[in-house]
Design a binder for this molecule. Structure first.
Ligand code: PLP
Length: 380
């Protein structure tokens, strides 16, 4: 790379400098990951590479200072309702690690139709046969966990996975019921809680799952990439088995996962995250209220109604119509919102939109609804 390009890289990067930092954020990927001030401090303090490794005796999860050992072994398991917990690079890596330890190429696994694409890709890389439980289709796209039963009997799967909630509609299927089914057929059961762990109370044991996955940079106020993985004790010796040659190192984790800043942001935000899950009922009320307000201006909510999660998908035919006869096409919406201090719907998208009410207050969401209304009136 020439000198000019190097300078340009830095200039463009710093110019970007997250201009939407101080805006009202309703972008689903980001509302659960905004850093606490403690995490911002930790981010700077531990920014250098391998900063957590000063006092390592060979095992990342047993480092006493910073207090990784206490975090991973004392705080995390009860938070997840798990016997054992560990840290990963994210939800997808957690799912991959379990699949890789528990299946053989050619095995069938049963997943929900609303699963995240990374579940599909992980299965593909391991040569697994993905069997999909259908959803109810438009407009609610619900998963009925009873539909796992005939597929279990037909395919004799080596694993069940439920996305709880999914990242497209924010639907929360009956995870407890699937726990009963998994236990009856004695099949390992993974709950993908990328959008739940850190936002709402989720307890692996109460669900009756074998594994629970969280995404810390989606739902635990962390910089990431980082995630959490909880499991029943009996899986420890399989999933967290150690290398023969390096007795402190878990094979599936390639020895050590989070070797610095993502982990310290997760730990610094954790006290706050532990508290905020207790306010989940208020979050659900706020999401339902926001959805009904948007309904009044012509948004059509997809997914479960009444909704039980802050992730909300809508059809927005009015914005699509507008985009068809203006020069900016789909980008007008993003621009209009940005000018009003709102960061949310994906630039260019108008037919449907996904938003999250998790980070914004009711007053801010009222302003968001008013802004949508003003934009509609301006172009109609
Ligand atoms: C975002 C998301 C993921 C991926 O999370 P990472 O931590 O980035 O791997 C997986 N599953 C669901 C349901 C998600 O919403």
């Amino acid at each position: 790379m020439g000198q000019l390009n190097k300078n340009k890289l830095l200039k463009n990067l710093l110019h970007m400098s997250r201009q939407h930092r101080d805006m009202i954020n309703i972008m689903p990927l980001q509302t659960g990951s905004l850093l606490t001030s403690a995490a911002k401090e930790a981010l700077i303090e531990f920014g250098d590479g391998y900063s957590v490794c000063d006092f390592c005796l060979g095992s990342l999860v047993n480092i006493p200072s910073p207090p990784i050992k206490d975090f991973v072994h004392e705080l995390l398991p009860p938070f997840l309702g798990a016997d054992i917990a560990t840290i990963t690079h994210g939800a997808r890596e957690g799912i991959f690690i379990i699949m890789h330890s528990l299946t053989h190429p050619g095995d069938s696994i049963i997943v929900d139709r609303n699963r995240h694409y990374t579940t599909t890709v992980a299965a593909e890389s391991l040569g697994l046969n993905l069997i999909k439980v259908p959803n109810s289709g438009y407009p609610e796209f619900k998963i009925d966990v009873n539909d796992y039963i005939p597929l279990i009997e037909e395919h004799k799967p080596s694993m069940l996975l439920l996305t709880y909630p999914d990242g497209s509609y924010g639907n929360l299927p009956d995870a407890v019921k699937l726990g009963e089914i998994a236990s009856k057929y004695n099949i390992p059961y993974i709950v993908n809680g990328a959008y739940s762990v850190g936002r709402m109370p989720v307890n692996m044991t109460e669900i009756g799952a074998d594994f629970i996955i969280g995404s810390a940079h989606k739902s635990m106020a962390s910089a990431g990439p980082c995630g959490v993985l909880g499991m029943k004790e009996k899986w420890q010796e399989i999933v967290l088995r150690k290398s023969k040659s390096h007795k402190n190192k878990e094979i599936e984790l390639l020895g050590c996962t989070l070797r610095g800043v993502p982990l310290v942001t997760l730990m610094a935000s954790f006290p706050h995250v532990m508290e905020r899950v207790n306010l989940w009922n208020e979050q659900v009320d706020k999401a339902q209220w926001f959805s009904s307000e948007l309904g009044k201006i012509g948004f059509i909510q997809l997914g479960e109604k009444p909704h039980k999660h802050d992730l909300l998908a809508f059809e927005t035919p009015i914005f699509y119509e507008i985009s068809q006869h203006i020069r900016e096409r789909g980008y007008f919406l993003y621009k209009e919102l940005e000018e009003r201090g709102i960061w949310g719907p994906q630039p260019g998208m108008t037919k449907t939109t996904k938003v999250s009410s998790f980070a914004a207050s009711r007053e801010q969401l009222e302003y968001v609804v008013d802004s949508f209304r003003t934009i509609i009136n301006k172009y109609s």
